[in-house]
Design a binder for this molecule. Structure first.
Ligand SMILES: *[C@@H]1O[C@H](CO)[C@@H](O)[C@H](O)[C@H]1NC(C)=O
Ligand SMILES: *[C@@H]1O[C@H](CO)[C@@H](O)[C@H](O)[C@H]1NC(C)=O
Ligand SMILES: *[C@@H]1O[C@H](CO)[C@@H](O)[C@H](O)[C@H]1NC(C)=O
Length: 247
């Protein structure tokens, strides 16, 4: 039994290692849920399936854009479940800059509007589909498509986003382009601009970094400590190492 379990763990780890840089979505699991390594599934209680900090940890600065996530990294019970959540607060005039989620579609519901959203259909002439959402409205951002949200009103706006994956991932375009080590010469040519402008963009992003993250939740168990501190991209690999299948 122990050997079978170990072999299965290695198999899962191998599967998780293989195409991880090009993963298009969460792999399906063959069991109801994944229990932390060392925990017997029938000893788990409701606290394993509870995440109590999504909104309570989101005091945020109402003058900024703040996001609080409950993905597999923060809430390990989601691993394998193909769902996750984020809570978003937009101060007046703030933006969630253009970004993509490589592994999940996003369904946003506005609980305090208005909120303007935009979806870039780069594959079809770069058309930008926008909507001015009011409280109670929803908008879907298909997996892998560039999108943004903008609060152009005078009050705070709030929204929740559901994701069709436990590890949706986020690639912010400003960050990927101007906060990485892409050669300035490549950026100058790509944007048909000069070194001074590229340097200015890089400097401005350093001075005013992107979304303010919510305070990290305090790990409450060994499994959370193992998985919670890891980057989103690495979370599944850690999960493979830290979790065993519930048989
Ligand atoms: C539920 O499980 C957690 C983790 O094993 C434990 O700390 C907690 O005391 C348990 N709660 C109840 C009500 O049994
Ligand atoms: C989109 O691009 C295609 C190919 O370049 C072109 O034939 C088509 O007319 C364009 N459509 C719109 C709405 O601009
Ligand atoms: C915000 O943008 C929407 C959509 O473009 C527009 O209808 C609305 O008038 C704008 N609101 C303000 C306060 O500028």
């Amino acid at each position: 039994m122990a050997l079978a379990r170990l072999l299965l763990l290695f198999a899962v780890a191998a599967i998780h290692q293989l195409p991880r840089s090009a993963r298009a979505g969460d792999p399906d699991i063959l069991t109801d849920f994944l229990a932390p390594l060392g925990a017997e599934p029938d000893q788990l209680n409701g606290s394993f399936f509870t995440y109590a900090r999504l909104v309570s940890g989101l005091a945020g600065d109402p003058g900024k854009f703040t996001v609080s996530k409950a993905t597999g990294a923060e809430f390990p019970a989601l691993l394998g479940q193909s769902v996750s959540y984020a809570a978003l607060i937009f101060g007046p005039g703030t933006v969630n800059p253009p970004h993509i989620h490589p592994r999940a579609s996003e369904l946003l519901v506005v609980v305090q509007g208005p909120l303007v959203v935009g979806l870039v259909d780069a594959a079809r002439n770069g058309t930008v589909h926008t909507a001015a959402l009011e409280t109670g409205d929803m908008f879907v951002f298909p997996k892998g498509m560039v999108h943004y949200q903008l609060n152009n009103g005078t009050g705070v706006a709030r929204a929740f986003s559901a994701f069709g994956g436990a590890t949706p991932g986020t690639i912010s375009l400003p960050t990927a382009l101007f906060e990485t080590d892409i050669d300035d010469a490549a950026l100058e040519k790509s944007f048909r601009t000069d070194e001074a402008t590229v340097e200015e963009l890089k400097h401005d992003l350093r001075e005013a970094p992107g979304p303010a993250p919510s305070p990290s939740p305090s790990p409450s168990s060994a499994a959370v400590a193992l998985v919670g501190g890891s980057a989103l991209a690495a979370s599944l690999v850690c999960a493979a190492a830290a979790f065993s299948f519930v048989l």
